[in-house]
Ligand binder design. Structure first.
Ligand code: NAD
Length: 489
């Protein structure tokens, strides 16, 4: 286990501690012990960051100089590449990523997504010609120009912090915005590195600012309430997302929200490899802490007992192959914090009270270390109205629900407040596509296809969010439309 470098704020081009030198401990999810220190930003620090971002947007050429932006964002990408080992240390020590999970969701996927943004950037439309129109006795020529929205507050969670930080920061910068990045208190280092490397790359002061603190809400609420911030891009829980929308209403701020999920994987009765499809639903990767994970498994009633047997066997084979910091093959570590551990364990108790049957796991595992270890857990005999089927647990807990036929599977998948992702497996592509089209969610995988990548728009229906991140759409979220019309001579 490494001791992480101090996480410093980055405000107006200066890497520094917080006002008055206040710091807080970064706690390792593996040990429950401090693994680093982070500056604890005060309201005055956040105020300075907002003022700097506003000034950089209003008084420099950042918003208009596309070549400069692309050159600096490309240079910053190279510096992140050169710091991959440190990024991996941060993912493991702050977010509790298992070594074998670092590539897929933490470091490589985030940097690949960065490359995808640079690839799609030339497709951004900066103007649209609306032609001319005769009216009121004269001719008018019309066109729209698309301009950066202004100052962005980017508020991010701890679960895949690099991926989400890249998703917002790179898109906002390419669009021509200036920004304040506000990472979660559990993962300040994964935010601080943006400041350090932006300074090294030579970004103009104020274009990127990074603030964080022990209080999860202080800096974020200031960003949401301040009229100098034009847009909030938030990823996190649905509860905080609702509060941001309410508080942002006072200044009619643009808000876009990437929120929670309770996505369903539907394995139809004709899935060619039924046993493999069911077994692969095990929710173990990064201890189930992903917004788009398929945490409800839907299987045909006629094959329900068979599916339960497959899962018992799969969890048994997975066994104790998780939770060791130094094992590069492990894809599951601890959950992020004591609070999160208590929350997940309380859902496991609730599942038992609701009458579900434990097919695997169900306990904390203090024998794995002083951190926050919970066994891979699976509940059978679940009905979709149970709270464990409706609420986002955000831990290694899968629930298995039977369905009668395709219509019933679609009904169950859609009877959820959320609509982020999902999956369908069938031997008949048309049948799977028909089901996929009727699921109300922002993305859906058919027969294991990858529906999440840096060149694809990602986001939620219903309580899973508003807006789209990644891909061309992800950059265009940071643009405003200005219509210009001139009277022809
Ligand atoms: P969270 O909502 O507790 O916190 C997210 C961020 O908001 C943190 O930076 C936090 O400090 C800040 N925050 C907290 N209170 C705030 C307030 N009142 N005003 C402004 N900011 C505030 O979420 P979390 O526990 O860090 O992350 C887990 C959640 O994130 C899960 O619900 C998960 O589904 C969701 N998530 C969604 C996506 C997606 O793209 N849809 C991706 C990853 C995580």
């Amino acid at each position: 286990m490494t001791s992480l470098p101090d996480a410093k704020l980055y405000i107006d081009g200066v890497l520094r501690g917080a006002e008055g030198g206040k710091t807080f401990d970064v706690i390792s999810p593996w040990t429950g012990e401090p693994v680093g220190k982070a500056a604890d930003a005060s309201a005055a620090d956040v105020e300075a960051a907002i003022a700097a971002a506003r000034r950089a947007f209003d008084e420099t050429d950042w918003s208009t100089n596309v070549e400069k932006r692309v050159a600096l964002v490309t240079k910053l990408r190279a510096l992140f590449e050169a710091n991959k080992e440190r990024l991996s240390d941060l993912a493991r020590n702050e977010a509790g990523a298992a070594w074998g999970a670092v590539g897929r969701a933490h470091v490589d996927m985030a940097l690949d997504g960065w490359d995808d943004y640079l690839k799609v950037f030339p497709e951004v439309r900066w103007e649209k010609d609306y032609g001319s129109r005769h009216g009121y006795g004269f001719e008018t020529v019309r066109k729209a120009v698309y301009e950066p929205v202004g100052v962005v507050g980017a508020i991010t969670p701890w679960n895949v912090p690099l991926y989400v930080n890249v998703g917002k920061v790179v898109a906002a910068l390419l669009a021509g915005c200036t920004l304040i990045l506000k990472p979660a208190p559990n993962t300040p280092g994964m935010g601080a590195i943006f400041g350090e490397l932006a300074k090294e790359a030579g970004f103009p002061p104020g274009v990127i600012n990074v603030v964080f603190g022990a209080d999860p809400a202080l800096a974020g609420e200031m960003l949401v309430q301040d009229p100098r911030v034009d847009l909030i891009s938030f990823t996190g829980s649905t509860g905080v997302g609702k509060r941001i929308m309410e508080q942002g209403a006072a200044s009619l701020k643009r808000v876009f929200l990437e929120l929670g999920g309770k996505s369903a994987k539907i394995v139809l009765d004709d899935a060619p490899n039924f046993a493999m499809e069911v077994a692969q639903a095990m929710l173990v990767f990064h201890a189930g802490q992903g917004c788009a994970v398929q945490s409800r498994l839907l299987v045909p009633k006629s094959r329900y007992e068979e599916a339960k047997g497959i899962l018992k066997h799969a969890y048994g084979s997975f066994g104790d192959n998780w939770g060791v910091f130094d094992d590069p093959k492990h894809i599951m570590g601890p959950v992020v914090s004591k609070r999160q551990m208590e929350r997940v364990l309380s859902y496991i108790e609730l599942g038992k009270e609701e009458g579900a049957t434990l097919l695997a796991g169900g306990k904390a595992r203090p024998d794995k270390g002083g951190g926050y270890f919970i066994e891979p857990t699976c509940f059978g005999d679940v009905t979709n109205d149970m709270r464990i089927a409706q609420e986002e647990i955000f831990g290694p807990v899968l629930v298995v629900i039977p369905f009668e036929d395709d219509n019933d599977a679609i009904r169950i998948a859609n009877e959820s407040a959320y609509g982020l992702s999902g999956g369908v497996s069938s031997g008949d592509l048309d049948r799977a596509m028909n089901v996929a089209k009727r699921i109300r969610s922002g993305s859906i995988s058919v027969n294991g296809g990858m529906c999440i990548a840096g060149d694809l728009p990602f986001g939620g229906y219903k309580a899973s969010g508003v807006g789209r991140e990644w891909g061309l759409e992800g950059i265009e979220e940071f643009l405003e439309t200005k219509l210009i019309a001139w009277r022809a001579a």
